[in-house]
Design a protein around this ligand. Structure first.
Ligand SMILES: NC(=O)c1ccc[n+]([C@@H]2O[C@H](COP(=O)([O-])OP(=O)(O)OC[C@H]3O[C@@H](n4cnc5c(N)ncnc54)[C@H](O)[C@@H]3O)[C@@H](O)[C@H]2O)c1
Length: 198
């Protein structure tokens, strides 16, 4: 599409997001909620998936206030059955999935490797690694039925590689606003390309 002016970007952003269906895991707070609200303003249907009912319901309320249709699905992304259910419920309600923000994640305590409990390590792997894979597997299966879609993962280079002296995710590096901007920008860019990307 070449280099776009600001007004062209806004036009194409609105055009492509309108009536698309987005699944956002971890949509109850942080990046997930902010991306949901930005998409809601563009008329995107939203399926907010979160383990926290309170946060998820609040995100849905805010999305509806912005004029989009939104549903909350309480699910734990580290459980295969929950992932299958949030995919099935989204398709049942909205008919398809166009966008997937595979965002739910947990931060570790940031302690050193020797101090990290096995339980904490396993919980991080279950949510941040297995949960992401389950989401990809079952959402891609649905997207392929309707010709493709767009997906984005919130990630951090330290999530699995770690930093010297740190075992678990060390915490926030950028402000939410900055990260939301990049997450959202990633969405738009991929939608403009109109391509299925894994
Ligand atoms: N904050 C940062 O600086 C930063 C940087 C890079 C990447 N990330 C990643 O971005 C993602 C979102 O970060 P955030 O700062 O918005 O976090 P956050 O804690 O504000 O939001 C995460 C959301 O995920 C939900 N969640 C947690 N475990 C879940 C589970 N098992 N199933 C379903 N939902 C679950 C939480 O309830 C919460 O609503 C995470 O994956 C994080 O690792 C964050």
């Amino acid at each position: 599409m070449g280099i776009l002016t600001l007004s062209e970007k806004i036009y194409w952003g609105v055009f492509y997001m309108h009536r698309k269906t987005a699944v956002i895991t971890g949509g109850g707070s942080g990046f997930g909620r902010e991306v949901a609200l930005q998409l809601a303003k563009k008329g995107t249907n939203l399926s907010i998936v979160d383990i926290s009912e309170e946060n998820g319901e609040e995100a849905v309320r805010l999305c509806k206030e912005s004029g989009s249709d939104a549903i909350f699905i309480q699910a734990d992304v580290s459980k295969v059955e929950d992932v299958k259910r949030y995919v099935a419920q989204t398709v049942e309600y909205f008919g398809k999935i166009d966008l997937f923000f595979n965002n739910a994640g947990i931060s570790g305590s940031g302690v050193r490797t020797v101090e990290c409990s096995i339980e904490e390590f396993n919980a991080i792997v279950d949510v941040n690694l297995k949960g992401v894979f389950y989401g990809l597997k079952f959402v891609i299966s649905e997207m392929l039925k309707t010709g493709g879609g767009v997906m984005r993962r919130s990630n951090c280079k330290y999530c699995f590689t770690g930093r010297i002296g740190w075992n678990t995710y060390p915490g926030r590096i950028f402000s939410n606003k900055t990260c939301c901007y990049w997450a959202y920008k990633g969405y738009c860019r991929r939608v403009w390309k109109g391509k299925y990307q894994n």
